[in-house]
Design a protein around this ligand. Sequence first.
Ligand code: FES
Ligand code: FES
Length: 165
Amino acid sequence: MESERLVQIEVNGALCRSSVPVRTSLADFLREHHGLTGTHVGCEHGVCGACTVLLDGRSVRSCIVLAVGADGSRVDTVEGLAGDDGMHPLQEAFQQHHGLQCGFCTPGFLMTLVEVLGERRGLADEEIRDAISGNVCRCTGYQGIVEAVRTADRTWERRVDGDAE
Ligand code: FES
Ligand code: FES
């Protein structure tokens, strides 16, 4: 029988603690053990980006990270994006610009972009396209997503950094 290990991860500010088989991915830890199904699993090979979450602030593909490897870390998922004052600026911008259709890829795009825009704004279109080049969308053709990022780039400071407009 596969051995298990106790894993404790702070997810969106709350402690998630489970004993899991040592080969459990971080994606499965979130989805299967803690009901956080906002993180989607597509390719399971680290290629499509659907499973992207932040691990100690850096974007990772949670299908190829072992839960035991994330033990003691902090993870942010799409479930933690919206706050008491409503949706995150990126979520609002995706809605406004129809940056999604089926929505399967959307959590991964959002978490990738949280890291990117959190570090730097004022991105040129080529930089936006480069930033999302590791995320695959089978539906939208990407134009709406790029437009959403342009908008979020402008609205980010007001809502996330708390700077008054
Ligand atoms: S499901 Fe993880 S990269 Fe595709
Ligand atoms: S919106 Fe359907 S895969 Fe991206």
